[in-house]
Design a protein around this ligand. Structure first.
Ligand SMILES: [Zn+2]
Length: 215
C-alpha cells in the first residue's frame, strides 16, 4: 500500500467515523440512524425472467438473492443501512440498479453473481480503471469472501480481476462484483446448494464490507 492509498484509506475511515459520531456531537441520544449510518448497496444478480446462469438443478438468480439476503442480515446487525436492488424474484435492468444505487448515495456497491463456463472457484472484479479507494476495497473484499467460503469447504482462488461490467462502470461509488463458484461445475454446484456454504459466502461478504467501511 503506497502513501497515497494509505491517505485515501485514512480519509475514508475518518469520514465514516465522523458520520457515526455526529449524533453525539449534536448531543442527541435519539438521532436517526438512517441519516448517519454507513450505506451499503447489495445487488443480487439477475432475477425474474432472467435466471442468469443455470446448471445442476440450480438457477443463479435464486442463489444470488439468498446470499445477498443473508449478507444484509449480517450487515444490519453491525449497524449498516442496507439497500438491495431486489429482495424478491423480480427483474431489474442493469441501468435501474446503477441509478438506484447512485440516487441513494451508497458508500459501497457490491454485486453478487454465480459464475459459469466450465471453471471452478471464486473470482471478483472491479472496473478496469478505478481510484485507489476501489482498489483497496477490492483488496479487502476478495480475501474476506474467500475466507468465508473456506471456513466451510475447500475453494479455488481464481484471483482479483478487472472488467468493463456495466454496474462497475456506471456506479458513482466504489463497486465490486463477486463471482461465487461455477453453477455448471458439479462440485461447485454441490457447495452452492448447501445452506451452510451460502452462509459462509455471506459471512465473507459481510466481514469484508465491514472492514472496508469501518463497521
Ligand atoms: Zn451473473
Amino acid at each position: 500500500m503506497n502513501d497515497t492509498k494509505m491517505t485515501r484509506r485514512r480519509a475514508l475511515m475518518a469520514g465514516v467515523v465522523g458520520l457515526a459520531a455526529a449524533p453525539l456531537v449534536a448531543g442527541s441520544a435519539f438521532a436517526e440512524p438512517s441519516t448517519n449510518a454507513v450505506k451499503v448497496y447489495l445487488d443480487p444478480g439477475h432475477g425474474g425472467s432472467d435466471p442468469g446462469a443455470v446448471g445442476n438443478g440450480l438457477q443463479e438468480k435464486n442463489l444470488t438473492l439468498d446470499i445477498a439476503l443473508r449478507t444484509r442480515t449480517l450487515l444490519q446487525a453491525r449497524g449498516a443501512t442496507v439497500r438491495m436492488s431486489r429482495t424478491s424474484d423480480i427483474a431489474r435492468s442493469l441501468d435501474w440498479r446503477v441509478q438506484d444505487a447512485n440516487a441513494w448515495g451508497a458508500n459501497l456497491f457490491v454485486s453478487i453473481h454465480i459464475n459459469a463456463g466450465g471453471g471452478t472457484g471464486f473470482e471478483s472484479y472491479r472496473y478496469t480503471s478505478t481510484g485507489s479507494g476501489t482498489v483497496n476495497a477490492h483488496n479487502i473484499l476478495h480475501p474476506a469472501v474467500l475466507s468465508g467460503m473456506r471456513s466451510v469447504a475447500s475453494v479455488t482462488d481464481r484471483g482479483k480481476k478487472t472488467a468493463n461490467f456495466y454496474v462497475l462502470r456506471y456506479t458513482s461509488m466504489s463497486a465490486i462484483l463477486t463471482e461465487n463458484l461455477f453453477i455448471d461445475r458439479a462440485s461447485d454446484a454441490a457447495l452452492l446448494g448447501r445452506a451452510d456454504f451460502r452462509a459462509g459466502i455471506a459471512r465473507g461478504h459481510s466481514n469484508g464490507i465491514a472492514q472496508i467501511l469501518g463497521l
